[in-house]
Structure formats: structure tokens, C-alpha cells
Design a protein around this ligand. Sequence first.
Ligand code: HEC
Ligand code: HEC
Length: 238
Amino acid sequence: MVDWVGSGVGLLLGRGSGHCRITGLIKPHFLVMKTFASFVLSAFCLAAPAFASDAPKAAKPDLAAGEAKYTAMCAACHGADGNSGSPENPKLAAQHPEYLAKQLSEFKSGKRANAIMSGMAGALSDEDMKNISAWLSNQKAKPGFAKDKDTVALGERIYRGGIADRQIAACAGCHSPTGAGIPSQYPRLSGQHAQYNAAQLTAFRDGVRKNNLQMTQIAAKLNDREIKAVADYMAGLR
Ligand code: HEC
Ligand code: HEC
């Protein structure tokens, strides 16, 4: 509940830049938070005009430049259209652009450690990251499939309901019931390679991937069998 409320407010603020419209992101059960959220929002809206006139408007991403750079530097591993065919290289098509840009800048800074990607991201400017991420988010994601009949029910149970007696939150709560994620913080997981999903959950659990505390805490409570089951289930989610 606390995470949801936090993310609701975060989303409102994130979307508020430049305009003050509230979109359909407040779920009915957040109405208890309405007073607080509208307080935060109105404070932000009051501040917005000064903001808009002082700061130069962020440039629109250049999709053609993003495509050109992606094709030259990234397509060999992540697929021509962002639908990587190899299970250790993640699919990137249709992922939220803010999430992609966050990962690229964290690979570059070393906050997310990976020998291959640190080198790749090190060669990109902030502008390149923004352009590539915007282009990727416009590509169509190809659906995937779960492969292990024996564990798919366990995977589904964890994804949809978590594991209550061990305080493991439902994945669907942050990554959405279809696995499409929730822009801009919560990444899309549906159709992602099971091998990549499992590798990331294990990396969070073992403290190798340290760029998100929520996921470190969740993965810390999952055993290998549960990681394998939920990773395979998400590959087939759509
Ligand atoms: C030699 C193969 C290779 C190349 C080339 C490559 N990548 Fe990657 N990429 C990977 C691997 C492997 C991972 C998984 C890293 C990990 O385990 O943390 C990854 C992860 C990523 C992620 C994180 C995805 C997620 O869901 O969190 C992004 C974003 C990404 N790559 C973008 C790019 C971009 C943009 C380029 C080109 C500038 C690129 N990659 C080039 C292999 C590659
Ligand atoms: C409280 C919210 C929350 C919950 C609940 C949650 N996640 Fe996440 N998850 C996140 C966030 C935020 C990220 C992105 C981290 C980052 O920015 O690097 C993430 C990232 C991931 C990634 C890495 C995606 C990629 O492309 O590299 C996987 C895999 C994942 N989550 C699986 C799960 C599973 C499985 C569960 C349920 C057992 C779960 N998550 C529950 C918030 C959550």
C-alpha cells in the first residue's frame, strides 16, 4: 500500500512537468490519499509557471538519430527492432524510455555493473541515451512463451499474489497484471527472456545488481525454484 501511494504521488509529480493535468493513474483505492496528492500537486502547479519560463524546454528526442546509433552499436546483441533473439540479452522493444535511459546512465556511471554494457554505455552521451531510448520505446514487442509446464502455476501465484506469509509483495502490484509495467519507473517484464529475468532476480538477490532497493529486498526472499518459476511465467505473460 505504501509503495503504491508513493508511486502514485511520484507519477503525478513526474507527469506534472509542463502541465497540471491529472491522468487516469490514480486508482480508486488511492482516493484516501487524494487530499495529500492534490496538495502536493497544487503546490507543484503553483510553482510550474516560473519553472516553464525560466528553464529552456527539453529538446524532443531525435528518433532517426536514435535508430542510426542503435543499429550501428546495439542491434547485433539486442535485435534489429529491439526484440533480442538470444536469451541472455534482454529485449528492449516497447520498454519505457525513462527506464531505459536510467539503466544506460547507471551502466555508464557503474551504479549497475556489467562489463559489456558499461563499455557500450560509456560511449554514449546523454543525448544518445535519450534518442535511443525513445526510438526503442516505439518498437513493437514480440510476445514470448513460458516453457516449463511444471512451474507455471507457482510462477503465476507469485506474480499475481506474492507470498503473503513471507511478506513477498505481488509483482503485479508494481509491474501491472499484464507485465506491461507502469511508466515511468516500473519496467515492462512481459515477454522478456526467462533466462535474463532469472539472472536479474539472482543479481538483485546476491547484491550484484544494486540499483534498486525495492527489488533487492524482494529478490532477497525468493529461493532459486521461485525465481525460476516466476521468471519463466513472465516470459509468457502478455
Ligand atoms: C555484446 C552484446 C551487447 C551489445 C553490443 C549491447 N548490449 Fe545492451 N545488454 C547486453 C547484455 C548481456 C545485457 C544484460 C546486462 C546485465 O545482465 O545486467 C544488456 C542490457 C542492456 C540494457 C538493460 C535492459 C533492462 O531491461 O534493464 C539496456 C537498456 C541495454 N542493454 C541497451 C543497449 C544499448 C542502447 C546498446 C548500444 C549502445 C547495447 N545495449 C549494446 C548485451 C549487449
Ligand atoms: C514495490 C514495487 C515492485 C514490486 C512489488 C516488484 N518490483 Fe520488480 N522492479 C521494480 C522496479 C522499480 C524495478 C526497476 C529497477 C531499476 O530501476 O533498475 C524493477 C525491476 C525488475 C526486474 C528487472 C527488469 C529488467 O528489465 O532488468 C525484474 C526481473 C523484476 N523487477 C521482477 C519482479 C518480480 C518477479 C517481482 C515479484 C516477486 C517484482 N519484480 C516485484 C519494482 C517492483
